[in-house]
Design a protein around this ligand. Structure first.
Ligand code: ARG
Length: 463
């Protein structure tokens, strides 16, 4: 970079150009380039408002609009020459406008600062980003709900502490994630509603002496209203933090699901078979089918949570109003949104084509004393025992089955009666996993008829 190239956007009071390292360090163009559409939209709205309010002439307004539209075409066609020495996307576009329409380009920045400009662009970008993410989450939830309908009565073991706990249905298990993902959509939609207000016209921080119409620009850009406080408008990034927070929670849900896919698809479990399209082989061990997609989904949560933490730390302790620290708000957000979108797409594909091995899951549910609670409940219901005593007796029966190397339903009645004389042959009716799940009809329970109904409701809602 030649030293006599002072920045033509702000070089007036400077006698030399920035050091090369300063240029490189200061420039955000490489990553804020992607805000070009939002930046042009913001400028079109601002320019039109300036003309409408008589701050610039109609003619000047029209020529600014024409120039901006030409730039739009140039960037879309890949013909725009980005210049790093102009720091960021805002000054690249304004500088090009100058080349196209001449001196009137300089009027566009009347009653505006890059501080309200960048806040506007970023909010517009996140608004679209949230809409895209929501659509991806919805697609995933729909796939899960449809699978849940298909597998509403297929039995698998439910776990606590990753120990077999009680039988559940695979459909019920999948719907648990549908609930989580639907709350993720709701959180994003809350964040969207809160971020959809316009900072434009706050100018540097104090507002402006020009008689601008902030309601007009807010409306033109689809914001619900102008932000009420000009200092807040340029200082706040809680909208980005909130979006990252919702994204992080969603990534955490994806990561838990992915972790379970890794476990359930491992040969030791064998509950699920991963489709070829979402597994990889090993270059040395021919028997391997690695769940790489699930592992990457599990891992991506790291960088998304990292982006949230990063931005919280950047903003913590930052004095009002704008500081250049805030330029560090973008890369993490872009990366987090890109990767969450990728994870969601991969997860949707993987879950749509994953095959449950229902026999193996059913057997595993029967093998792990999963109906011990049903047995204890039976003792309470039929014999009138206090639950604690029933728990104790059931524990003794489980120990016996363990010793004999059998399941609960394989213990014969005489052996059971040696532990408690009051037990009758009716007890066998609750030891079957199918009966167990069918009996769990309390609201939100795993009974297949409830799962079927819930799956149908979700499919309707998500379609
Ligand atoms: N590139 C800057 C950013 O992303 C734009 C705002 C610059 N404002 C300023 N006062 N230097 O934050």
């Amino acid at each position: 970079m030649s030293k006599d190239h002072k920045n033509k956007m702000w070089g007036g009071r400077f006698s030399t150009a920035p050091a090369d390292v300063m240029l490189a360090f200061n420039a955000s163009l490489d990553f804020d380039k992607r805000l070009w559409q939002q930046d042009i939209a913001g400028s079109l709205a601002h320019g039109a408002m300036l003309a409408k309010c008589g701050i610039i002439t109609k003619k000047q307004g029209a020529s600014i609009a024409r120039g901006l539209k030409q730039i739009q075409k140039e960037i879309a066609a890949g013909k725009f020459v980005f210049k790093k020495e102009l720091e960021d996307i805002h000054m690249n576009i304004e500088s090009r406008l100058h080349e196209i329409i001449g001196a009137d380009a300089g009027r566009l920045h009347t009653a505006r600062s890059r501080n309200d400009q960048v806040a506007t662009d970023f909010r517009l970008y996140l608004r679209d980003g949230i809409d895209a993410l929501s659509a991806h989450i919805q697609a995933l939830a729909l796939v899960l709900a449809k699978k849940a309908q298909t597998h509403a009565s297929d039995i698998m073991p439910g776990f606590t502490h990753l120990q077999i706990a009680q039988p559940i249905t695979y459909g019920h298990y999948l719907l648990a994630y549908v609930e989580m993902f639907s709350r993720d959509m709701a959180r994003l939609s809350d964040a969207r509603a809160r971020l959809n207000e316009s900072p434009l016209g706050a100018a540097a921080l104090a507002g402006t002496a020009f008689a601008i119409d902030r309601k007009q620009t807010a409306k033109a850009l689809g914001f619900s209203h102008p932000m009420a406080n000009s200092i807040d408008a340029v200082s706040s990034r809680d909208f980005a933090i909130e979006t990252l927070s919702a994204a992080s929670i969603c990534a955490t849900h994806l990561s838990r699901l992915a972790e379970e896919i890794v476990i359930f698809a491992s040969p030791a479990y064998g509950f699920l078979t991963l489709p070829d399209a979402f597994s990889t082989g090993s270059s040395i061990m021919p028997q391997k089918r690695n769940p790489d997609a699930a592992e990457l989904i599990r891992a991506k949560s790291g960088r998304i949570i990292g982006a949230l933490t990063g931005l919280l730390v950047v903003m913590k302790g930052l004095p009002l109003a704008y500081s250049k620290d805030m330029q560090e708000d973008k890369e993490g957000v872009f990366d987090a949104l890109d990767n969450l979108e990728l994870s969601l797409t991969a997860c949707t594909g993987m879950m749509a084509s994953i095959a449950p091995n229902t026999d193996i899951m059913h057997k595993a549910a029967s093998a792990g004393f999963a109906t011990a609670t049903d047995l204890a409940d039976w003792l309470v219901r039929e014999i009138g025992m206090p639950f604690r005593e029933a728990h104790h007796i059931t524990g003794a029966l489980v120990a016996l089955a363990e010793k004999q190397g059998t399941t609960l339903s394989d213990i014969d009645l005489t052996a059971m009666q040696q532990i408690d004389l009051r037990i009758t042959k009716d007890v066998y009716s609750v030891l079957d996993v199918k009966k167990s799940v069918a009996s769990r009809q309390s609201l939100g329970g795993t009974a297949p008829k409830l799962v079927k109904r819930a799956a149908q409701q979700w499919i309707k809602k998500l379609s």
